[in-house]
Design a protein around this ligand. Sequence first.
Ligand code: ZN
Ligand code: ZN
Length: 356
Amino acid sequence: MQERVNKLRKQMEPQPFDGMLILKPENRRYLSGFTGSAGYLLITGQEAVLITDFRYSEQAKEQAPHFRVVNHGASVQDTIRAELESAGVKRLAFEKDHLTYALYASYSEKFAPVELIPTEGIVEKIRAVKDAQEIATIRQACAIADAAFSHILGFLKPGISERDVALELEFFMRREGAKSSSFDIIVASGARSSLPHGVASDKILQQGDFVKMDFGALYDGYCSDITRTVVLGEPNERQKQIYDIVLEAQLRALNNLKPGMSGKEADALARDLIRDKGYGDQFGHSLGHGLGLYIHEDPRLSTLSNDQLEPGMVVTVEPGIYIPGFGGVRIEDDVVITEFGIEILTRSTKELLILS
Ligand code: ZN
Ligand code: ZN
């Protein structure tokens, strides 16, 4: 954990500020190890302060021994101001995509003459490359999702609702140690499967339906994210054809992803193949995203992304084809970028499963 603070200090060195206030819960947890739901980090070249309240002070001292834990009283802003003064901070960085305008106005007034400097993505960039402990935790989150997928295969049948499927997935993952699902579970069947983000509805599963399930476990703070599409009963020719194209595109991306590649180049691995097969317009989202403490992180694998893939990054690979009125297929795995290529963390089969 000290290593993470050191990395941040290194990033701060050339910047036009001498202190950073961390408010985002994921960044707070990442840098300090503190898992409580309320707290502020103040980091300077010498100081690392965790400001929280009496509910959490014991837990904070235990989880963040490399921070000095300070309890705030009725006004947290008074406490932050006092810490800024004693650390001699003149220009304070804050996370501009997190602070509300109301808080910004209040901080400006309260912390004056300290100048507030908006920043974006500094800790997120560090977080994009995972350490061994983080990868081990994500691996476990993926194992829970895999186990949930094999469990659900015995549960899917015509006559139950998408909501039943989502509940069963969630219940199973929690019983296996997940704190919750890592996002709202998507179960989209039949014609609804053409909705890329069709959250589970009351629709009843029917014979012949594609059933697209996108879910993941939140385990010890870290997310997994997997999508599988199966068919209830015998697939028709068009279902088979679309499934095969998506699978081929996904395998092409998995087989060729490597460090040094840009997010754009990674995206093109799958997108070019889908376009050449005539379904370019039906693949309307990006190939993948980083994941970790948060479900959508850096780097992005998209047509616009210049992010560079590096060993230790964990990303999803999730091409899809969606045909309104007919249905859709997505296949998604989580992978870690290695020195030479990738390691796939989600292990569930990708054969087109025909459930009768
Ligand atoms: Zn997903
Ligand atoms: Zn995803």
